[in-house]
Design a binder for this molecule. Sequence first.
Ligand code: GLU
Ligand code: ZN
Length: 488
Amino acid sequence: MTPENKEVRVRFAPSPTGHFHIGGARLALNNFLFSRKNNGKFVLRIEDTDKERSKKEFEKEIYESLRWLGIEWDEGPVSFSGEEKEVGDYGPYRQSERSHIYKKYLEKLLEEKKAYFCYCTKEELEAQKAVMEADGLIYKYNGHCRNLKNPPIGKTPQTIRFVMPETKVEFKDLIRGKVVFDSSNFGDLVIAKDLESPLYNFAAVVDDYEMKITHVIRGEDHISNTPKQILIQKALGFPEVTYAHLPLILSPDRKKLSKRFAETSLLSYRDEGYLPEALINFLILLGWHPKDEKEIFSLNELIEEFDLKRVQKAGAIFNEEKLDWINGKYIRNLPLEEILKKVKPFLSKENISAEDNFILKIINIEKERMKTLKDIINLGKFFFKLENYDANLLIWKNTPKEKIKQILEKIYNIFKEIKDSDFNKFSISEKITEIINLNNYSRGEVFWPLRVALSGLSASPDPVEILDVLGKNETLKRIEIALNKLSL
Ligand code: GLU
Ligand code: ZN
């Protein structure tokens, strides 16, 4: 509740005209946290007034993304659990289904002469624009149809325009403080194509009122719409709302976020093996300073800590390494069994199947290095299948090939004698140390070829860890393969 005892109501109002990406997720999250922090309501509104560009599949993607993140909406076209909702007091919120509501307010404005039909065709508007620009003026609609007594004969209305007052518009932004705009060069804004087809600025104002929205939290890219919306609000006699414009997300060089990140759909982060909790943590740290140095927050802690006042004005830097770091931390904090559950779909996508115990051992070894769930594949593939590798990889520095071969043979023979049940990293560590000491080998001469033999890679975990996972049979098999390569 606000001090005036009004229930806090915020909305997230995406347009289903493209993939849902991190920008949208961050807006949703900020609204969600704000509502939860203030015991308010979080409304989901699908702004699909653009009939050509709005697509059902993008709308579905919005629901799926929010559900994956666990951002639960209180009111909206479908329930959080997925089924279409009954029309209730406040729903459903799809602008395409609400034209009767906008129509009512459009008619009111027309009646009160605060809006009018514009008959200018596209060509005529372009001609007007050319004339103004030739005079060195910044284009705005010249108001040609504002005071028409009668509709021009033989012409049909093209749009509905709002009579834009020329004034100073001031509002208080929770993040930016006082913001002032001069509306004198806005020109009479087109607010609808016709009575049935309102455009964004108008529909948003009507909905914010009808849905009893108290706080509009949205991206800074909308800040120039705010004075227009305030003037429409005033013309309709609606109460004011409070605004907060979140800074844009920038790339690390403080430039516009590259397409690669800006247009990556949120669900592709899921498919790349990011955890929703980690992504939420990351998104909220974008442009937001927690009180102390703490960087890892649960959703409940975020609700507790959330305060729009702590959002900085400057652009928020999108740092992919930070996301990886946070994600890695979240993965490591999970119980092994939980990681197992989450990596399995990634393994099956690669047609890798193995026993749970085997996978668990791999997770145990690799989890320190895993940044995403998918890394189980990038890092651990060799456990499941040894790829072909070049024989030269087995050679340690200047050690002659023959000697490497002898060493591996020795290891092979000794390993063979170890009982299956004794074949573990402790007993083997001891054995290897023995081999090194007895023969005066360097550690590199022994560990390097053994590691390559077991992994086929130049970088991998400690060979003793690997053979502990692989077990005796597979270890011997792989050393044999290495010996064959060295014999060629
Ligand atoms: N539909 C608008 C968008 O997706 C929402 C703007 C607003 O929050 O008012 O950008
Ligand atoms: Zn006109």
